[in-house]
Design a binder for this molecule. Structure first.
Ligand SMILES: Cc1cc2nc3c(=O)[nH]c(=O)nc-3n(C[C@H](O)[C@H](O)[C@H](O)COP(=O)(O)OP(=O)(O)OC[C@H]3O[C@@H](n4cnc5c(N)ncnc54)[C@H](O)[C@@H]3O)c2cc1C
Length: 412
């Protein structure tokens, strides 16, 4: 019997934790995955998940390399070829087109349940992952070169590394005593699925208004998943409006870019918050995904960053194993933290700056926004820079996010 039951115990089987568990098992690690309940693997036809994600090319490759993309494509992913961002009550506008950079699309819009179900189907086929449901974590203990989870009912689970992918309210982070830098945005995001009279034109639309942006993310040919950000009172008012009145408000807010928009199903609200863990790692423990960082959803980057965390953590652990280093050693885990924290912080700060620049009635900032959008639209290198960011490029990618041909055999 080895000192540890597992190499890695992943807490949280959302998009990020499930990707980590699967990728780590593919890399030859013995993995335990703890999740509250198995997510639904199928659902009634015609139903919608209100939570969707805009996935970058880097995330697409991660999901392809994990063997999840095929099932996702069968369940429904929507490539978007263009993106149009414009300023309410102004002339500032910028358009991105995948054709300009020789790409088939700028990314994909996918319901979160589709991503999670595809990862869980793959997990269920994977011998290297033991799935433990409905375990309550009572405490964590540090042990020589590892850590233990004390579970309700007296069970103990030992692993060289505990990986916290348990979301914004991470229990693991709390038990480890890792603090947060956090700030409420005093904004709520209203999410819903709507049908567009003139179809979605394979375009992601974003209109900036002083109260917050309205994002229309294409689903299929004629639907959008909307993320409509505004102050809490206005968001509650929009949620409570009768459907027909809501349709009118939404159609007006979209400036009829795709004709009349009509609600299909429920509306849900998400309070928005900026959050960053003061540390990603401790001996025997690492945080990733929303457990480590929560950012404003205006550019749809949250889960994309989390999937990169997972890829980099796997690379770091594979390298440690090759060097004969303990997986939970602080020196090893600091390499992961150094590789990810700066990038996550930079994206978080950029989203924060965008939020303050665009959700603002200050006339000087209004002028700056219009000039900035106009300039970025007319200067091709600037526009291409934005397009590359949308694709998730411009940073050193983990092995899992690279094309198979970019990963020479045996390279870590
Ligand atoms: C309105 C909105 C729109 C967004 N749009 C985008 C977008 O377009 N693109 C994008 O990249 N990001 C987007 N995001 C952000 C994205 O949704 C999150 O970054 C992402 O869901 C985080 O994934 P995660 O796996 O880290 O955490 P979560 O999705 O929160 O998953 C955590 C998992 O841990 C489990 N768990 C929690 N505690 C325990 C425990 N004690 N034991 C066992 N299991 C536990 C939970 O059940 C859950 O399954 C958006 C966010 C919002 C609010």
């Amino acid at each position: 019997m080895s000192a540890h039951d597992f190499d890695i115990a992943v807490v949280g089987g959302g998009m990020v934790g499930a990707a980590l568990a699967l990728g780590a098992a593919h890399a030859g690690f013995r993995v335990a995955l703890l999740e509250r309940a198995e997510p639904p693997l199928e659902w009634p036809p015609g139903s919608h998940d209100l939570r969707v994600s805009a996935l970058t090319r880097a995330s697409q490759r991660i999901l392809q390399n994990l063997g999840a993309w095929e099932a996702m494509a069968a369940a429904g992913v929507t490539p978007y070829e263009r993106m149009q961002v414009w300023e309410a009550r102004g002339l500032g506008e910028i358009r991105f087109d995948a054709a300009d950079i020789g790409e088939p699309d700028l990314g994909h819009i996918v319901e979160n349940r589709v991503v999670v179900a595809a990862l869980w189907q793959a997990l269920r086929r994977e011998d290297g992952v033991e799935i433990l449901l409905q375990r309550e974590i009572e405490a964590i203990d540090r042990e020589a070169e590892g850590a233990a989870l004390q579970l309700a009912g007296g069970e103990t689970l030992r692993a060289a590394l505990l990986a916290g992918a348990d979301g914004a309210r991470s229990r693991l982070r709390e038990l480890a005593g890792i603090g947060l830098t956090a700030r409420d945005y005093d904004q709520h995001a209203l999410v819903a699925t709507v049908r567009a009279e003139r179809g979605n034109q394979a375009t992601a639309w974003q209109r900036f208004m002083p109260e917050g942006p309205l994002a229309l993310l294409p689903l299929g040919r004629d639907r959008f998943s909307i993320v409509w950000t505004s102050g809490p009172a206005r968001a509650a008012e929009l949620q409570a409006l009768p459907a027909e009145d809501f349709d009118c408000e939404l159609t007006l807010a979209s400036e009829r870019c795709c004709g009349r928009l009509a609600l299909e199903g429920d509306r849900a609200l998400f309070p928005l918050r900026l959050q960053h863990a003061t540390a990603y790692v401790q001996p025997g423990l690492a945080l990733l995904g929303d457990a480590a960082h929560v950012i404003h959803p205006l550019a749809g980057q949250g889960v994309n960053l989390g999937l990169l965390d997972a890829g980099v953590l796997i690379d770091t652990l594979a390298e440690a194993r090759r060097r004969g280093e303990p997986l939970g050693a602080l020196g090893v885990l600091r390499r992961y933290e150094r590789a990810r924290k700066g990038h996550n912080l930079a994206v978080q700060m950029a989203m924060d700056a965008f939020k303050h620049l665009f959700c603002n009635r200050n006339p000087a900032l209004h002028l700056l926004r219009n000039l900035g959008l106009g300039l970025a639209d007319r200067v091709p290198p600037l526009r291409r820079g934005f397009e590359r960011v949308a694709l998730g490029e411009g940073i050193e990618l983990p092995r899992l996010a690279r094309m198979p041909s970019d990963c020479p055999e045996g390279a870590d």
